[in-house]
Design a protein around this ligand. Sequence first.
Ligand SMILES: Cc1cc2nc3c(=O)[nH]c(=O)nc-3n(C[C@H](O)[C@H](O)[C@H](O)COP(=O)(O)OP(=O)(O)OC[C@H]3O[C@@H](n4cnc5c(N)ncnc54)[C@H](O)[C@@H]3O)c2cc1C
Length: 413
Amino acid sequence: MTNLGCRRRVIIAGGSVGGLFLGNLLVKSGWQVDIFERASDALVERGAGIAGHAELEPVLKTILGPEAELDRIDVEQRFAFDRTGRVVARHTYPQYLTSWNVLFGRIQKAFPASSYHSGIEVLDVVQGEGDATVSLSDGRRLSADLVVGADGVRSRIRAKLAPEVIPRYAQYVAWRGIIDDPSKLDPDLVELFSFCFPQGGQLIGYPLLGRDGQGGHRRYNFLWYYRVPAGRDLDDLLTDADGRRHEYAIPPPSIRQEHIEAFRKTAQKRLPPQFCDAVMCANRFMIQPIYDVQSERIVFGRIALIGDAAFVARPHVGIGVLKAALDAMSLTQCLDRNASISDALACYQSERLRPGLDAVQFGRYLGAFIERGLDGPTSDPELGLTYDFILRESARLPRASMASVGNIPNLVH
Ligand SMILES: Cc1cc2nc3c(=O)[nH]c(=O)nc-3n(C[C@H](O)[C@H](O)[C@H](O)COP(=O)(O)OP(=O)(O)OC[C@H]3O[C@@H](n4cnc5c(N)ncnc54)[C@H](O)[C@@H]3O)c2cc1C
């Protein structure tokens, strides 16, 4: 087993946004940090548009400096369209949109490259007396004062420590489409953060920065939450032409052409013209099954969970990146404030358990009509999911008044 220097040391499993937020913050606090990331390819190529939030700014400024700003597109209003393309709701909510590659690229660049170990998987973690030890796929075993699972929805660390927490499929997927050249789309649509509610689902679309941030020409992307019950239909959708069943997401080149054609036919039947054009013009698709992950604990001795490893809230709340950042900030501040790591971890759990639970519950609520197979959000008035409500409350931190589980109609199906 390799020994450690005298600085406090943390090992982070997972080098996506959560791992990098935390890694950067702890380096600034004087910790010796090592991030192990299973993927060996460039994570910067993952993902598409990300809804920005004012609450993310303090974390970014701590990491990137007080003047730092992400390339962004500002949007002032949200619109909802009906099947004919007529506006049925609007809501003023100034917000910015950025992209995965811009955000990830910035926080990865800020982190010391020599401490970021890609292509190495954390295979196991074991608690010690006042430390924890990881086993790595390159054969090493390393101990640290603190081990953090930032290893996403299928967290191996969580599976070891809390095997009862199992991701729960929400009975629908997100079909994401990217339009690299939106010049053929309705120019108004391309500027808007907009919604529509095709039978049995929900679609949101918004502008996306060019591949090189502001330097590139603007793109457009949409997410269509599309009901696909677990079982044969889902298995078929996630199986590529070589017969391989993809588990968590099926990437663009692997989606079978027949599924893209069927998806486009459904778009012609169910979507307003401007969104139908977007589906027809999309040059890249990705399909991600939607899951809920709800943990009862996020601290286990000298091991903590952050980001999607701790909680996965459906993307209707649009705060996955923000939640990972706030988890990282809370853990860092608790470690700064408390001399004892155990006290710091207790502080972290008490700060971040409730917001995680609230986000999961609120995401379930916003997507309940799709999960239940209702025609639209207003089909069951008892849910209280009006178009105005959805426009107002999507893609933002659940407000305290909204998030409290007691205020949300019963979701038992
Ligand atoms: C359809 C969809 C749309 C979304 N839209 C938005 C949005 O608009 N805004 C937003 O904020 N969020 C959005 N999200 C959520 C967001 O992508 C996640 O919340 C965010 O990526 C969580 O970051 P993370 O670092 O916790 O986990 P992840 O990004 O999942 O990263 C986990 C990392 O751990 C690595 N890993 C896994 N196991 C191991 C191991 N054993 N050892 C080493 N490494 C390991 C993985 O390779 C991966 O890189 C969306 C999600 C979906 C599905």
